[in-house]
Structures are given as structure tokens and as C-alpha cells.
Design a protein around this ligand. Structure first.
Ligand code: URA
Length: 413
């Protein structure tokens, strides 16, 4: 067998055997197969797809490239949560605090930002002192004492994914249902939790653009869960507009604090409550209705916020030291009307351009920059109203373009 035979077979739309997948992917992992040949195979997979058997085999190859975390020393049922990625998505921090305050064990390994989407680990690093790298022993101890720990993915879990992902990111091969399913599920299975809740995002700010794709990936993720005896629950949620009102690392942590203090009430809050209720339902053996009542209660009585403070303290963070930029630019509307849409992708990209994300792996993020959305879908706007506030890098010049184009208006005359 040669790698060119494997590429050609997939290019012509045939099914690859497990041996062929192993030869190609592990060969790439061991650096016996160069980037250009793996890129070509990834593109063929993007265009021709993979059947369930190929997806299951490839997931197994990804998992076996590293270790599987042993969480058996944790008392209680462990529930992991994952989002397929979006703009302003700070749900993990809210949900982990709510669920842990209700006795759920939340072992959370999170990622960094990718392209126009943000990452939980980058957000947490905007809290001075916060340690995202705990040892395995510290991670398990914190889960037993505090109930939740959020850390950066250790390199031993599905390391093949890290290498393949870096290549997909720069070869236009990210948006493939089989490849996304393999990538996410191999890491989730290797992370060891008993149950997994996946927030499948769909819309212009998400990797999956249609509801049919979201339904299909949910089906595949459940099949993968079944094979490894893990209970996988998926929720399809919308990512056409940014989630909440803040985009940018420090600004998003400040928004999380407001939500946990029960000072916000919007779509993001409802989404966090729905996801947390699902985690409570599947781990505590209560009905979804009862779980939602429990979630409301801990938001109202301050227990969820206390848990958040406990998690931050256990990992060395100090929220009193969070900094946001003082260099602000107010964006005024050049149109009058009712906002009916917002381009989540454009806002994610703007945050990246302000310095809040990475364009190359080596880039350093500026946690103090970002965007506050003063107007959102459903609001009426007059010419001259503030649409959003940009938090620019200290010392940098204002943005010149008219950001009114990021919004869709319905005329109100
Ligand atoms: N998140 C991942 O971890 N992998 C993907 O392929 C897409 C989103």
C-alpha cells in the first residue's frame, strides 16, 4: 500500500479500511507521511465523506494515539460538556459552576480559540494567577473537593488530533462532519468522563452551517459514545448572533460574573440554564423539570457564584485584578430601524483583528481588548445611537470602517 493509493481511493469515493486509515494517519503522526499528502487525504475526506464504520475506526485510531484519563478516583458521576465552537461562547464557565454547586463532578478540559471562535482556556488566562495546567493529581483532588476543575488539554490525550487539527486549520479542511466528530469525540472519550453533553452550534458564526448537518453530527457522536459505553447527550443551539453581550477574554469573564450573580436575563442565560439542567438531570437521576428548578435556585441563592469563586481560588486566580482596555471607541449607527440580525462571524473576526485571538500559533493574545454589544437583535435604533463599544489595544488608532454593516435592519418608517 502507498499513501497515494489511499488518497486516490478516497478521492474516487471508496470506503477506506481500518488498516488504510491507520497507515495514513499514524504515518502522519510519526512524521513518515508529509503534510502535503495528509492535506490531500483530508481534502478528499471533506469532499467524499466517510461512512459510520470509517468514522468509528478513525476515532479509535485517534484515541489510541494517546492515553485515556482514569477518573475512577473521583467520587460521583462525572459529566463533561463541550461546545462545537462559537463567538462570545462563555457557557462552560457558567455551567461548570452551576452544575458543581449541585453536586455534579465536572472534569473539564478546554481548548484555546480557533480562527474567529474563542476558547475557554484563553478566557480563563485573563484572570491573573489562574493556572490552566494542573497535574493529574491536582485535577482529581480539586474534583473531589471543589467539584469542578477547568484545565488545558494535556498533550497526552488524543495527540494525533492536535497534529491533524493544526493542519486542517490552514488547509480549508475544518468544516467536515466526519472530521469534526472524530476530533471532538476522540478527545472526549480520552478525557474519561462517564457522561458527555455536547452543545452543537449551528449558524453563520458556527462551524456547522445547517440544521441538517447539526442533526447528522449529533447522530454520529451518539454512535461513537455507544461504542465506548459513554452516555452522549446533544443539544442543537443557534450561533447566528454572538452569545451574550461581550466578546473578548476579560470582558467575557466579567459577563460570566454578572450571570452567576443573577444580574442578566437573555438568550445566553437561558442556554446556560438548559445545558446545566441537562447535566444535572443525567447525573443526579432527577427529571429535567426538577433539574431546571434546582438550577434556578442556585443562581438565585448565590451558590453557583460561590462555586465559581471557589474554582477560581483553587486554581490560583484573582478576579479583582482582571483588566480591560481604557482605549475605547464607540460605534454609532448610520441607519435607523429595528435590528433583525447580526453577523456573528464578522464580530468574531473583528475581535480577532483587535488582538483578542491568534492568527498564527505563536501570536500573543491581548486579553484586555474586545467588544461590548450595546444593541442586539430585537432593539430599535436611531441614527447616532451607540451600536457597540470597541475595547482597542492601548495606544492603537480607532477602526475606520462602518460597522453598521454587521447588523441587519428592518426599516421602521
Ligand atoms: N472542535 C474540535 O475540537 N475539533 C473540531 O474539529 C472542531 C471543533
Amino acid at each position: 500500500m502507498t499513501i497515494v493509493d489511499v488518497i486516490n481511493k478516497k478521492r474516487l469515493g471508496y470506503e477506506l479500511t481500518k488498516e488504510e486509515l491507520e497507515y495514513a494517519f499514524m504515518g502522519f503522526y510519526r512524521e513518515e507521511i508529509p503534510d502535503y499528502q495528509m492535506s490531500s487525504l483530508l481534502m478528499a475526506i471533506c469532499l467524499k465523506g466517510m461512512n459510520d464504520r470509517e468514522i468509528l475506526d478513525l476515532t479509535d485510531i485517534f484515541i489510541k494515539s494517546g492515553e485515556i484519563l482514569d477518573l475512577s478516583k473521583i467520587d460521583g458521576i462525572t459529566v463533561d460538556k463541550h461546545s462545537t465552537g462559537g463567538v462570545g461562547d462563555k457557557t462552560t464557565l457558567v455551567i461548570a459552576s452551576i452544575a458543581a454547586s449541585l453536586g455534579v463532578k465536572v472534569p473539564k478540559m478546554s481548548g484555546r480559540g480557533l480562527g474567529h471562535t474563542g476558547g475557554t482556556i484563553d478566557k480563563l488566562e485573563s484572570i491573573p494567577g489562574f493556572r490552566v495546567n494542573l497535574t493529574e493529581e491536582e485535577f482529581i483532588n480539586q474534583l473531589n473537593t471543589v467539584g469542578a476543575a477547568i484545565i488545558s488539554q494535556t498533550k497526552d490525550l488524543a495527540p494525533l488530533d492536535k497534529k491533524v487539527y493544526a493542519l486542517r486549520d490552514v488547509t480549508g479542511t475544518v468544516e467536515s462532519i466526519p472530521l469534526i466528530a472524530v476530533s471532538i469525540m476522540s478527545k472526549k472519550i480520552a478525557s474519561g468522563a462517564d457522561k458527555i453533553v455536547i452543545d452543537v452550534k449551528v449558524g453563520n458564526g458556527a462551524l456547522l452551517k445547517t440544521e441538517a448537518d447539526a442533526i447528522e453530527i449529533s447522530r454520529i457522536m451518539k454512535i461513537i459514545g455507544d461504542k465506548y459505553n459513554r452516555d452522549v447527550e446533544t443539544m442543537i443551539t443557534y450561533m447566528d448572533i454572538p452569545l451574550g453581550i461581550a466578546i473578548g477574554n476579560s470582558l467575557e469573564i466579567l459577563e460570566v460574573i454578572k450571570i452567576l450573580k443573577n444580574e442578566e436575563n437573555n438568550y445566553l442565560v437561558s442556554l446556560c440554564k438548559a445545558l446545566a439542567s441537562k447535566m444535572v438531570e443525567i447525573s443526579q437521576g432527577v427529571s429535567l423539570e426538577k433539574a431546571s428548578m434546582m438550577v434556578d435556585e442556585v443562581l438565585k441563592n448565590g451558590k453557583a457564584y460561590e462555586k465559581f469563586l471557589e474554582i477560581i481560588k483553587a486554581q490560583g486566580g484573582d478576579i479583582s485584578q482582571i483588566k480591560v482596555s481604557q482605549n475605547r471607541q464607540y460605534v454609532y449607527s448610520t441607519k435607523k430601524g429595528h435590528i433583525t440580525g447580526m453577523n456573528a462571524y464578522a464580530f468574531g473576526k473583528l475581535s480577532l483583528d483587535l488582538g483578542g485571538g491568534r492568527v498564527t500559533k505563536e501570536d500573543k493574545i491581548d486579553n484586555t481588548v474586545g467588544i461590548i454589544l450595546n444593541k442586539k437583535v430585537g432593539d430599535d435604533v436611531e441614527v447616532g445611537d451607540i451600536l457597540c463599544t470597541l475595547y482597542l489595544k492601548e495606544g492603537s488608532q480607532p477602526i475606520q470602517s462602518d460597522l453598521t454593516n454587521f447588523y441587519t435592519f428592518e426599516d421602521k418608517r
